[in-house]
Design a protein around this ligand. Structure first.
Ligand code: NAG
Ligand code: NAG
Ligand code: NAG
Ligand code: NAG
Ligand code: NAG
Length: 752
């Protein structure tokens, strides 16, 4: 780099630093230390220290710090990262972090962020002995993911659970470098480590349950129990556990250390079922670390978050991460509310008391919130204290507080049962929680019907009927109301989530110490969805060991189904219709059998990701600063100097879905390159579903391949047809390449 440029770069850095400072939610006094993640320039090849040696790396990192320890005696340096980023995590005051800007190899200091597990609620066990792994067992029977290693960054694991027995599981692969610091590891759980502020003595044992649950979904072994067989998506895959979350909360610096270790250990797939609010990619530590992981051939699967119904509150927008939203399956655990007027409302409850304990008889209904008091409508404990609810069925809105507290309050007030009603924003998504009282959880629509019945009757009564577990609920699969929705703001408009997978009332392994305690529990959230995707990614990785992560990503996306079991467009449990499914469902429902054998893939090389990053233009700063900004930001992600001589718009990235923003122009063209992954000659024909108001023309309507790895490019022209809709209006379509045996579909998102 020229001296002038370097000077400019340094003069820009303080602003970059301030930018990240503004992420802080809490004001901090100047002498309070906190954790910072420090990004450094990749050291010159001729560095005086041997930076491949862990000891020398630590010495280099420590040289940036004012001294080795805080006044409390605790070490400042928490982590020296080797793969995930070029840099380290340390305890510093804001002032100390700021004064680092003058050190030559410094790029950026990011305050440690809190990340959260993507589970919607704390579940309670449901004593059901039914189990279906959503999606069917075709691929499980034919293909078990043997030899693949799924790394799980979460709350740890309970290794003694039968789901993690190594019955029939071979030894770890030869490439495996990881270690296990937990008694109970075996050929299933081949690695376990914990990361908490650099403390080496933390146990990776799961005290929460979330990590055990998602590990069970991704790679649980077969467990036979009364009435069924439980298994994960890749029952013969190995698990490597990286505990980075404690008490439901995770820290950026710990998650980075976990990913760093997973890269070093050589996992095949990485599951990251947690996240935070959207951030520019270079400030999003999971995005930065994942880029390093993907560069090593690791497929990274992450959860989109439970930000629904809010728009654009979505985690993991980077195009090198497979981002999963949540869908509901066709299983319901039914608790019917029969109203005095004869109408049946079908709700859910995991607690299904026998008739002897809770006879099916009409009881008076009480709605504490009938006068509009929000606390009473939510059944907050204090607002029920003065009411006499003895023998009555109490109506409460779901959410806003732990539902457990509402049940507690209702019990204290003498209620016989509780009906939870969704608000509009909770839509149709109901839970099969197991409560302490007889209960039913109703959708927003049914809750409205119930309330209008109460308003219209002076002596409203209802009976609860517990119908047990029922399969075949419709519409199914449907998009969960809580699943995070696009449009993405941080990635240049690429479509996220990529796909949806089962994430509502998913039954999986649960840690328990008591002998009689239940082995499986229901949980909901995009965490569970991402775990399904990670398991399937491991199956594909096993079947196609040489595929790049982008090829596996493409296989997952282009095989997903945008239709439900009845052949209708996917239903959104939030909007009550299927008109907005693309921004919530991406390409659609995970379809493992299709993803195994896609026929064609859209591959992306590392250099194309770099061109994409250069084209992103994170900051609105004017030239020439803008160029420097990009070089700094891209450098943080790429861990190398990038000149940004070449750049491309996000829509030009060879992504398996297609997003186009018209802006002021009436026409846009994008190019895609398809790669054949079949040996045999195959011809594909284009099948087009034009987005409303847009005309699509292809440069070729037929692609013919005669060998594996042959690539064919085509251009798609989009033209606005008819009156131009308002700015920001969204329209959606689909392009499918269809052969006699394959359908390779890309969803198309148009933003006017
Ligand atoms: C530094 O910390 C002490 C308490 O540890 C506090 O009383 C003092 O006000 C702080 N000083 C500044 C400048 O924030
Ligand atoms: C390091 O610096 C901090 C703050 O300046 C101070 O409190 C601490 O005592 C120093 N540690 C040593 C070993 O000098
Ligand atoms: C009411 O619920 C809150 C939590 O929502 C809890 O902290 C509090 O102890 C409860 N109060 C009573 C009287 O149960
Ligand atoms: C639930 O059971 C009751 C009583 O057997 C029956 O009338 C009702 O149709 C059932 N509802 C559902 C949804 O299965
Ligand atoms: C679907 O629901 C959304 C939100 O409720 C609404 O804005 C939209 O008009 C609906 N679309 C159709 C086709 O009903």
């Amino acid at each position: 780099m020229q001296p002038l440029l370097l000077l400019l770069l340094l003069s820009v850095l303080p602003f970059v630093f301030l930018l990240s400072q503004s992420q802080l939610l809490l004001p901090i006094t100047n002498n309070q230390t906190q954790t910072y993640i420090i990004h450094l320039k990749d050291p010159a090849a001729a560095h005086p220290l041997d930076l491949h040696s862990t000891a020398d790396l630590k010495i280099w990192h420590a040289s940036f710090l004012p001294n080795a320890t805080l006044s409390s005696g605790e070490p400042r340096l928490l982590y020296s990262y080797r793969h995930a980023i070029t840099g380290f995590a340390a305890s510093l005051t804001p002032q100390e972090a700021k004064s680092m800007e003058s050190i030559q190899d410094f790029i950026l200091a990011c305050p440690d962020r809190r990340l959260f597990l993507h589970t919607t609620y704390t579940p309670r066990f449901l004593n059901l002995d039914e189990w279906t792994s959503a999606g069917g067992s075709v691929w499980e029977k034919s293909f078990y993911g043997e030899g693949a290693v799924i790394g799980v960054v979460d709350t740890g694991i309970s290794p003694n659970h039968p789901s993690f027995s190594d019955d029939g599981i071979p030894f770890p692969p030869i490439k495996w470098k990881g270690r296990c610091s937990l008694t109970g590891c075996n050929n299933k759980v081949i690695g376990a480590k914990a990361f908490r502020a650099g403390d080496r003595n933390v146990s990776p044992l799961d005290l929460d349950g979330h990590g055990t649950h998602v590990a069970g979904i991704a790679a649980g072994n077969f467990v036979r129990f009364a009435g069924g067989t439980a298994s994960g998506m890749a029952p013969k895959a190995h698990l490597a556990v990286y505990k980075a979350c404690f008490g439901g909360e995770c820290r950026d610096s710990d998650v980075l250390a976990a990913v760093d270790q997973a890269i070093d250990d050589r996992v095949s797939v990485l599951l990251i079922p947690l996240g935070g609010m959207p951030l520019p990619l270079y400030q999003d530590s999971v995005a930065v670390a994942s880029f390093a992981a993907v560069g090593k051939g690791i497929v990274v699967c992450a959860s989109a978050g439970n930000g629904g119904p809010r728009k654009s509150e979505i985690s993991h927008e980077a195009p090198w991460v497979v981002t999963a939203g949540a869908s509901s399956a066709d299983r319901r655990v039914i608790a019917t509310v029969r109203l005095g007027n004869g109408v049946d409302l079908v709700g859910e409850s995991g607690f299904q008391p026998p008739k002897e304990d809770f006879p099916t008889s009409f009881r008076p209904l009480a709605f504490p919130g009938i006068d509009g008091d929000p606390a009473a409508a939510n059944c907050h404990n204090r607002s029920l204290a003065d009411l006499d609810l003895r023998g009555k069925i109490v109506l409460c809105f779901a959410g806003d507080a732990e539902n457990t507290d509402k049940f507690h309050a209702a019990t204290n007030a003498g209620a016989a049962a509780v009906i939870l009603m969704n608000r509009r924003r909770h839509g149709f998504t109901t839970r099969s929680d197991s409560h302490d009282l007889p209960a039913s959880h109703l959708s927003y629509m049914d809750g409205r019907l119930l309330r209008s019945y109460i308003y219209s009757s002076s002596s409203a009564v209802a009976a609860l009927i517990f119908n047990g577990t029922v399969y075949g609920a419709r519409p199914s699969p449907a998009i969960a109301a809580f699943s995070s929705r696009g449009p993405s703001l941080m990635n240049g408009g690429l479509l996220k989530p990529d796909i949806i997978a089962p994430g509502v009332n998913v039954l999986s392994a649960w840690p328990s110490s008591a002998v009689s305690a239940p082995l499986f529990k229901f949980m909901s959230g995009t965490s569970m969805a991402a775990a399904h995707v990670a398991g399937v990614a491991a199956l594909i990785r096993k079947k196609h060991p040489r595929w790049s992560p982008a090829m596996i990503h493409s296989a997952l996306v282009t095989s997903a189904s945008n239709l439900d079991l009845d052949g209708n467009q996917l239903f959104d449990e939030l909007s009550y219709n299927n008109s907005g499914s693309l921004l919530a469902a991406g390409a659609g429902q995970l379809h493992p059998a299709g993803a195994m054998n896609p026929g064609l893939v859209y591959d992306i090389e590392r250099k194309h990701f770099l061109h994409y990053l250069c084209g992103l233009g994170y900051s609105s700063t004017e030239l020439p600063y803008r160029r420097l900004f990009l070089m700094t930001q891209v450098r943080v992600i790429a861990k190398q100097m990038v000149s940004c001589d070449k750049s491309m718009g996000a829509e030009e990235l060879n992504y398996p879905s297609i997003s186009v923003r018209f802006g002021s122009s009436p026409e846009k063209a994008v190019v895609r390159t398809a790669k054949s992954v079949r040996k045999r000659s195959t011809v594909y024909w284009a099948r087009i579903e034009e987005p409303k108001g847009v005309r699509m023309d292809l440069s070729r309507y037929e692609l013919s391949f005669s060998r594996a790895n042959q690539e064919e490019s085509f251009e798609i022209k989009f033209r606005i047809q008819g009156p131009r809709p308002g700015r920001g209006h969204v329209s959606q379509g689909r392009l499918s390449w269809v052969s006699r045996t394959r359908v390779v579909s890309s969803p198309i998102l148009i933003i006017f």
